[in-house]
Design a protein around this ligand. Sequence first.
Ligand code: SF4
Ligand code: SF4
Length: 384
Amino acid sequence: MTGTAHIEDAAEMSEPVEACARPRAPLGLLAELTYRCPLQCPYCSNPLAMEKGAKELSAAEWGDLFRQAASLGVLQVHLSGGEPCLRPDLEDILKSAVDAGLYTNLITSGVTLTRERLENLAKLGLDHVQLSIQHTDVGKADLISGYPGGVAKKRDVARWTIELGLPLTINAVVHRHNIEDLPALIDYAVEVGAGRIEIANTQYYAWALKNRAALIPTREQFYKSLEIVNEAKERLKGILVFDVVSHDHYAVRPKPCMGGWGRNLIDVSPTGKVMPCHACETIPGITVETIRDKTLADIWIKGDAFNKYRGTKWMKEPCRSCDRREIDWGGCRCQALAVTGDPCNADPACALSDWHKEFAGIAETESSAPPPPFIYRRIGVPAE
Ligand code: SF4
Ligand code: SF4
């Protein structure tokens, strides 16, 4: 059965929908299994106010959610966090996703994995591993992650992944402390046998926004990094696939944030909040529902958070009459709110936004000053 058929089945089970009848089926689900993590990356996208000891969904609750997701049309589940390997019941959670027929991707820092555990996950049906790296240099990696000894451990995890026959993606968040070392990060991905590298310029939300002045590269550094990536893409055709997330402050047009609000992706927090985007709770007045209270189909089709900025009806000018409005969907609502004060404005990453010049100017000013020390990401510690 196709995804569309699934969502139509789900829609028939529900009340008539006013805001957006029969949205298309979601493709992917980001399962944030826990916010706990041994690393303390200053660019982490987890919320600033992570509750200590909050009641995480059980393996049985994740299993039920995955079955609902599969019947709604979801094809892939990304097991993420925090660090998903800190869940002692990760095996049960993975198995339920595999049994539901979902393609499974483990997004991990790797530092707590053992070969035995990874082998067991592979036997249970894990489809793909996405391993994050901070740097190839030990001192710089330890400084960025706030965790000593990660480099050697990550190399082991990459090697085990390949030995076990699993596809591997290397993920590197890029900022002023590693952007000039991009060639080494790309070489690393080739050396360890990855088939794909995700080079993600830092997105300035949550902890990254707190650390913006410490992280933001100069415009020249960013343009140079594009040259490096373009050269490497050409040279490594057939060896390594590149997935690049651009730098908002130096962009001309925004990204289609989350592939368009409420169009492709569902984010589920450790305690079961079902969201169109992990930062959406920063938008005042948005009602986020949980899988403990409602079905996934109900929340996807009728939920306030998903319908608030789905489609184009909510848009103001210049997005409303722009011919890119169904390409980038006006960019990011959370960034529009943070910079312009109104989530219905165009993302300031867009050169057509009245705030774009100021937005780009912030980057120029902060990146030309010496970087302040990192504010490390910690649970239960106020980020101020
Ligand atoms: S970005 Fe760093 S601190 Fe945040 S979850 Fe990933 S590895 Fe942990
Ligand atoms: S005006 Fe809006 S829709 Fe047009 S390119 Fe800019 S952000 Fe995208």
